[in-house]
Design a binder for this molecule. Structure first.
Ligand SMILES: *Cc1c(COP(=O)(O)O)cnc(C)c1O
Length: 362
């Protein structure tokens, strides 16, 4: 680690691979021999065309997407997708199923309801404070789509595998675990991810959409809120968030060329989470808040014996070069976000600190 940098466990915006940051720095004033910064070149130039096309191609290779999928870049974060999904896919007299596994699912549900759309919450883990992923869910046979949140950033739970939907397209908010593991894409109609957790800087949301979903988009919607506007213009109907797309391109390159693909990435992520959960489970001082069968490999949430100790833990961790360990303001406690760019060394350093802290305060 570079001595002026800390180990970053932020939930989002979050750590980016150091190789990516170095490459941005090195090419910042003269991008690709253009004599301009990537923040200065035209989005209608061959330089930017190469960037966005390479970002799309690498995404498709990493996730094994065939040509029936489009990869789009849309501003407005994951939160705009909460509103666009029902707007584009749910007609009058149609209904969709939602699974509520926490804050972000709740917000997605609210944005559909605001529009007067018919949705059914077919399963929820609210009864136990969203500490688990519901199992054996019965979906409606007439649902137009099924919406889930694949990883619950705030509560620290994650779907270990995706439910069987009987051919109904699955839509997933993968903001905090996209590109962390390989998965089969055939069940999915749409996947979206705000970039600032696992794949880039804030300012852009990656949307992966299946061709047949585009046929459902009504004509009479504002252009900027229609998926077809983005799919027909290679995400450049208007000026895209060029810098954010560029960083995503570099992160995809890092995943392919430095890590060696999503199988390898998943192995590293499994190892990191195993080290951390083992430390949490090794005694009574730290307590994991998610049910063990639902634990997230990306956001590890835990409590200490009392809030004063938690405050001291977060403060002293930062003094020791370990940042971002405070839990979300809505739930308190502690959270270590260990996204793709967080190294095994970072997690090992955190575990060493946890042991020392326990010895002094336990
Ligand atoms: C952070 C997050 C969001 C919100 O993303 P924005 O880009 O801020 O709108 C939505 N869903 C999940 C799962 C998240 O982690």
């Amino acid at each position: 680690m570079k001595e002026d940098r800390i180990y970053n466990f932020n939930a989002g915006p979050a750590a980016l691979p150091i190789d990516v940051l170095e490459e941005i720095k090195d090419s910042f004033l003269n991008f690709g021999g253009s004599g301009m910064s990537i923040t200065e070149v035209s989005h209608r130039s061959r330089w930017f065309d190469d960037v966005i096309n390479d970002a799309v191609d690498r995404t498709k290779r990493l996730l094994n997407l065939d040509d029936t999928f489009h990869v789009l870049f849309i501003q407005g974060g994951a939160s705009l997708q909460f509103c666009m999904i029902p707007m584009n896919f749910l007609g009058k007299d149609e209904s969709a199923d939602y699974v509520n596994t926490g804050t972000w699912s709740t917000k997605a549900i609210k944005e559909a309801e605001i529009q007067g759309k018919t949705i059914k919450v077919v399963a929820s883990s609210e009864d136990h404070n969203f500490s688990y992923i519901p199992k054996n869910i019965t979906f409606s046979s007439d649902a137009v789509f099924i919406h889930i949140t694949s990883n619950n950033t705030i509560k620290g739970t994650q779907w270990a595998s995706f439910p069987d939907t009987n051919g109904v397209p699955l839509i997933a908010d993968m903001s905090s675990d996209i590109m962390s593991r390989p998965f089969r894409v055939d069940k999915f109609g749409l996947i979206y991810a705000g970039a600032q957790k696992n794949i880039g800087p804030a300012g852009v949301c990656m949307v992966i959409i299946k061709e047949d979903m585009l046929n459902k988009v009504p004509d009479k919607l504002p252009s900027m809120l229609k998926y077809t506007t983005y799919s027909s213009k290679n995400s450049m109907f208007n000026t895209p968030p060029c810098f954010s797309v560029y960083v995503i391109q570099l992160v995809m390159k890092w995943l392919e060329e430095t890590i060696g693909g999503l199988e390898k990435m998943a192995e590293i992520n499994q190892k990191k989470s195993r080290i951390l959960y083992e430390a949490i489970d090794s005694g009574d001082f730290y307590n994991g808040t998610a049910r063990p069968d639902s634990r997230s490999l990306m956001n590890v949430t835990f409590r200490l014996p009392d809030e004063a100790l938690e405050k001291r833990f977060v403060e002293q961790a930062l003094e020791n070069g370990l940042g971002g360990l405070k839990g979300h303001r809505s739930v308190g406690g502690c959270r270590a976000s260990i996204y793709n760019a967080t190294s095994i060394a970072a997690v090992e350093t955190l575990v060493d600190f946890m042991k020392t802290f326990e010895q002094k305060n336990g």
